[in-house]
Design a binder for this molecule. Structure first.
Ligand code: GLU
Length: 489
């Protein structure tokens, strides 16, 4: 079933890459994408990089890579192009300048010569008088003499939009009717003294010129909507042609504080490094603030595009739950085919220096991966789990040494060694049979104690893939050599 819309939907995701994209951005991108796909519309990706002091080329590239990595393919935007480009705002400065000039000519905007100090003095006075802060309209109607005097002082004016008296009301698809009294929306700057455009000008001009029909974005931008609507009006649009707004509720942290870019842990780069799968992130974020009407905990990208409607987005804030995301990631890892799991794991293994990437190493990794697929929740756990198979200078991890140097452990290792030396077919079944009959049945030991010592000696750690399979993969020679070294410790 598809949502009925009159015109072809075009949704945009328009981040300002002043840092790595974070969970909140990604959820917005995901909903934008899902809405475009659900309606058979267009998903447009635009980079809002007019804040040259904070946006870097690396962050721009990272934003592009992140969307690709998540599988949120766009129809118009960087790399793919499109008829409404360029899609980097820094390449559109002439367009904004032209519109600003038009607004000046139409008297929708005016030059404001107030200095930063003068504006601060106004704010100070407003604070003292307990009135809403904001521009006081000082330069709204300057005489030509006043303008000449400011010019003589060499002041660089900003371009300011005139907000008419009254208010702005619009229907938000999530929040319903929203109204702003212009008493609290003072005249605002469109272009700085140095000629650079501000967000409000660029975003509104682009949404119109790029023919965006739906603006789904974070709630933090709700208050900028009346200003954007003012720009649409100055561009000659009437209400029926305004994009429709839908402001997505905040994503809160577990502590109920707002998740923010400043918190490194929510940057998507962090999740990538930890080894979260894009599917798990999308699955989890899709259900953060939206549900198709049931209490499911899993949704595939395909289902999301089939089921996503803005009406089903909740209006209250969503709470981010790391444990849930981890659980979903574990599920998604278990659902991978062996080849997929291999492909995801290899970069982690090479980056950690566990393997160099030779064919024989990869073949061994492929044999070992099924042993750990059920046991990990993040791909970054793979190197530590498989390291024992590849290390050249094997040593037992420092914190486990004391667990095998006591007399009892030594006896376990000595007995294991003498039994295993006689195993001719080195298979996990044979290894298990021999160790069970000697250590458990004959010596009467508890499995945890007996196998724990063998595990530390052969894998170097208390945490490893299943022991007997691990020893099989390690090979007889290496396993026995390690047990001997363990006894000698
Ligand atoms: N570039 C803005 C930001 O990243 C978002 C623009 C918008 O969605 O309207 O905060």
């Amino acid at each position: 079933m598809s949502t009925t819309v009159n015109k072809k939907v075009k949704v945009r995701f328009a981040p300002s890459p002043t840092g790595d994209l974070h969970v909140g951005n990604i959820r917005t991108a995901l909903f934008d994408w899902a809405y475009a796909r659900h309606t058979g519309g267009t998903f447009l990706f635009r980079i809002e990089d007019t804040d040259t002091t904070r946006v870097t080329d690396e962050y721009i590239q990272a934003a592009i890579d992140t969307l690709k990595w998540l599988g949120l393919n766009w129809d118009e935007g960087p790399e793919v192009g499109g008829e409404n480009g360029p899609y980097l705002q820094s390449a559109r400065l002439d367009i904004y300048a032209e519109w600003a000039q038009k607004f000046l000519d139409q008297k929708d905007a005016y030059h404001c010569y107030c200095s930063a100090e003068e504006l601060e003095a106004v704010r100070e006075a407003q604070r003292a008088a307990n009135v809403a802060p904001g521009y006081n309209g000082h330069c709204r109607d300057l005489t030509s003499e006043q303008v000449a005097a400011f010019k003589a002082q060499d002041r660089q004016p900003v371009v300011r939009m005139r907000m008419p008296d009254g208010g702005t009301t619009f229907t938000d698809l999530i929040r319903g009717e929203v109204s702003f009294d212009h008493k609290f929306v003072p005249d605002f700057v469109l272009v700085r003294g140095d000629g650079s455009p501000l967000y409000t000008l660029a975003v509104a001009v682009d949404d119109v010129l790029m023919k965006v029909t739906h603006v789904l974005r974070g709630e933090d931008l709700l208050s900028s909507t009346p200003r954007q609507i003012r720009v649409y009006q100055a561009m000659g649009l009437t209400e029926k042609d305004f994009p429709v707004f839908a402001h997505l509720p905040f994503v809160m942290g577990q502590d109920n504080a707002k998740l923010s870019k400043r918190n490194g842990e929510v940057s998507i780069a962090w999740y990538r490094e930890k080894g979260f799968l894009p599917e798990a992130i999308c699955n989890y974020l899709a259900l953060l603030g939206w549900s198709p009407g049931d209490d499911r905990e899993n949704v595939t990208m395909k289902e999301l595009t089939e089921l996503f409607t803005v009406e089903k987005v909740h209006s209250s804030p969503a709470r981010f739950d790391m444990k849930k995301l981890e659980a979903i990631n574990g599920d998604k890892i278990r659902a991978l085919t062996l080849d997929e799991f291999l492909e995801w794991s290899l970069p982690f293994l090479t980056k950690a220096g566990v393997i160099a990437g030779s064919d024989s190493e990869i073949a061994l990794v492929k044999k070992a991966l099924p042993l750990i697929q059920e046991r990990i929740i993040m791909l970054s756990e793979v190197p530590a789990m498989l390291k024992f198979l590849f290390v050249k200078d094997f040593t037992v991890e420092a914190e486990s040494v004391s667990k095998i140097t006591d007399e009892a452990s030594k006896k376990v290792l000595q007995r294991s060694l003498s039994e295993l030396e006689n195993v001719t077919t080195w298979s996990h079944d044979a290894i298990e049979a021999v160790l069970r009959s000697s250590l458990i049945e004959e010596m009467g030991l508890k499995p945890r104690i007996a196998f724990g010592a063998v595990r530390i000696a052969t894998t170097g750690s208390t945490i490893s893939p299943p022991l007997f399979e691990s020893m099989e993969l390690l090979g007889k020679e290496a396993s026995l050599a390690r047990i001997r070294a363990g006894i000698a410790l």
